[in-house]
Design a protein around this ligand. Structure first.
Ligand SMILES: CSC[C@H]1O[C@H](OP(=O)(O)O)[C@H](O)[C@@H]1O
Ligand SMILES: Nc1ncnc2[nH]cnc12
Length: 288
């Protein structure tokens, strides 16, 4: 099985494959958390190995609540992914973030309530998450979107709601009053799990609608998918730039690579066997 695929891409709504990825193999991985959303496709872009995983499955069969986030992160970690780029459709909470623009968010408010949100159920591990989208990878994404001449918003808070229904007007106004920029349903627990797995994570957000706060212009799936369809070729071009721009070899300079260094509170002798065995790919370097 592939063990050395440093770059991963998780595709969101409307992005179930990447054209131009020269496919080398497809991996059907079992994880301690069950199967990932889909088989992981390994391909090459500019001589670099890249893993691609459609978040909702090949047939969009996983709702945001039921995406197997832990299995996805475990599976990507198991093949060596460190740099994890994700793509997500989002609603815009600000007038100036026009559907069709791109955004590279820098913060998250987590409103999810129904999802397992840690890799660690049996031990106490407290990672730092002050910057859930890592600045090192955000910078790469931002430069690559700009280089394509696409209007892009640098930063902004992504509210992650549970869904699957869209917001009420009162909720949308509340999120706007919080000063948030974007609303979606999938960045959490994905970003948190990626940090627990010591990966460098950032998102290309695709604003597709004005959620429900614009009078008589309320989000529905057909609007979302139409904007995504119009933007798929832009996304593909951006990703083609991102892959060669990722600073391979500089993993140690990214603090996400040491996120667990001071985070594990449970004494090694109290770590249960299931966790030792199944999370060795994450914990092994600290607990031996
Ligand atoms: C299809 S509209 C709602 C759906 O789209 C977004 O998914 P993703 O983040 O995977 O692109 C949003 O979070 C919802 O899951
Ligand atoms: N308005 C919205 N709310 C939640 N998720 C979304 N994904 C795309 N648009 C969205």
């Amino acid at each position: 099985m592939s063990q050395n695929v440093p770059i991963g891409i998780i595709g969101g709504s409307g992005l179930y494959e990447i054209e131009g990825l020269n496919i080398v193999e497809t991996l059907d991985i079992d994880t301690p958390f069950g199967k990932p959303s889909a088989p992981i496709v390994i391909g090459e872009i500019d001589g670099r190995r890249v893993a691609f995983l459609p978040r909702h499955g090949q047939h969009h069969q996983h709702s945001p609540t039921h995406v197997p986030y832990r299995a996805n992160i475990w599976a990507l970690k198991s093949i060596g992914v460190f740099w994890l780029v994700t793509v997500s459709a989002v609603g815009s909470l600000k007038e100036e973030i026009v559907p069709g623009h791109f955004a590279i968010p820098d913060q998250i408010i987590d409103k999810t309530v129904k999802r397992p949100n840690s890799m660690f159920d049996e031990i106490a591990v407290h990672v730092g998450l002050s910057r859930p989208f890592h600045p090192m990878l955000r910078d790469v994404l931002l430069e690559c979107v700009k280089a394509e001449g696409i209007t892009v918003h640098d930063g902004g808070t992504y509210v992650c709601m549970e869904g699957p229904a869209f917001s009420t007007i009162a909720e949308s106004e509340l999120h706007r009053a919080w000063g948030a920029s974007l609303i979606g349903m999938t960045a959490m627990p994905e970003a948190r799990l990626a940090r627990e797995a010591e990966m460098c994570y950032a998102t290309i957000a695709l604003p597709t609608d004005y959620d429900v706060w614009h009078e008589d212009d309320h989000v529905d799936v057909s609007k979302v998918m139409e904007i995504i369809r119009q933007n798929v070729s832009n996304v593909r071009r951006v990703l083609k730039r991102v892959i060669p721009a990722i600073p391979l070899g500089k993993e140690a300079e990214c603090d996400a690579s040491q996120a667990l260094q001071y985070a594990i509170m449970t004494k090694p002798e109290a770590i249960p066997e299931w966790t030792r065995q199944n999370l060795d790919i994450i914990l092994g370097k600290y607990i031996g």
